[in-house]
Design a protein around this ligand. Structure first.
Ligand SMILES: [Zn+2]
Ligand SMILES: [Zn+2]
Length: 302
């Protein structure tokens, strides 16, 4: 009886339910000998997601390129081991052609300034009509005009497309998440993605406050998908790849549902002290142990 009722409820729900279709074609995952160094996938006419091949660097990060009428934003420049600018310039050239334009300003910013998200920066230093945002939290705050870091959330207008910049230190002091009001995508960097969410020792309270900040901000904003900067989970719930794995066969999808942010928030609040590794289906909260301290000098005799 209960089963029949459940089946009936499912049939009723089906017409209005979005089928769980993957957002993207399969990503390059290191399993094909012929895979390119970068793969570009279009989310919509003004939104592109770019993956760096795991064969060029084991981090295999994702970069995001968003266009407005006045400027484009490139979020992150990769982990090194390849040239990223030719690919980015190619996407921009195609966009310009499609919009019958000859130029658009480019802002190069970062989810945060760990080395696997900024190694391509030098390629953009001399690019015309381009600004490369600095790597420290004060530089990020100054560029986006955030007067009260990390408590203030500010809009950044690409021209008819406003992004909300949410300071989210914890994983790294300069970390931001970006909420796009148009697509309602939440670009979550290394603070939430299908993988190991590393939190350095001593930063857990900061990380938890950032999770609270972004959750409070997005609660009524109907986030469509959460898109992070890596994939380290397999398609098997709770199972990750080995650190620095050379290929990612049968990867987890890039996109996470909004419910995962709420699950993360509950997890970081339930965490004891000191925080410990906490495995979930789609991510692993991964507090890092304190760095080993140098041994204390021997006590003088007597
Ligand atoms: Zn990082
Ligand atoms: Zn990273």
């Amino acid at each position: 009886m209960r089963l029949a009722a459940a089946a009936f409820a499912l049939i009723l729900a089906l017409p209005g339910m979005a089928l769980a279709k993957p957002l993207f074609q399969p990503w390059i995952d290191g399993t094909s000998a012929a895979e390119p160094q970068m793969q570009v996938q279009r989310y919509d006419a003004d939104t592109f997601v770019i993956r760096q091949s795991v064969k060029t660097n084991f981090e295999a990060p994702f970069l995001y390129l968003l266009f407005g009428k006045d400027r484009a934003l490139l979020l992150d420049t990769g982990a090194g081991g390849l040239q990223v600018r030719p690919t980015i310039d190619g996407v921009i050239a195609d966009w310009l052609k499609a919009h019958r334009r000859t130029s658009i300003a480019l802002v190069v910013a970062h989810s945060h300034s760990h080395g696997d998200h900024r190694m391509g920066d030098p390629e953009f230093k001399d690019r015309p009509d381009t600004v490369v945002v600095g790597w420290t939290a004060p530089e990020v705050a100054a560029f986006f005009r955030i007067a009260d870091w990390p408590n203030q959330i500010v809009g950044f207008d690409l021209g008819g497309r406003v992004l909300d910049i949410v300071p989210t230190p914890g994983h790294h002091p300069s970390h931001i998440m970006v909420f796009d009001r148009r697509t309602r995508l939440l670009l979550s960097g290394d603070s939430l993605y299908p993988g190991r969410l590393y939190v350095p020792a001593g930063e857990f309270a900061t990380y938890r406050a950032s999770v609270d900040r972004v959750t409070a901000f997005t609660r009524d904003r109907r986030v469509s998908h959460i898109l992070g900067a890596h994939i380290e989970m397999t398609a098997t719930p709770g199972k990750d790849y080995a650190q620095a794995a050379p290929a990612h066969p049968a990867e987890h999808a890039l996109e996470l549902p909004y419910a995962d942010l709420l699950e993360l928030q509950a997890a970081v609040h339930a965490m004891g002290d000191p925080p410990t590794r906490d495995v979930h289906d789609d991510f692993i909260v991964f507090p890092l142990p304190p760095r080993p301290q140098p041994p204390a000098p021997p006590k003088p005799a007597g």
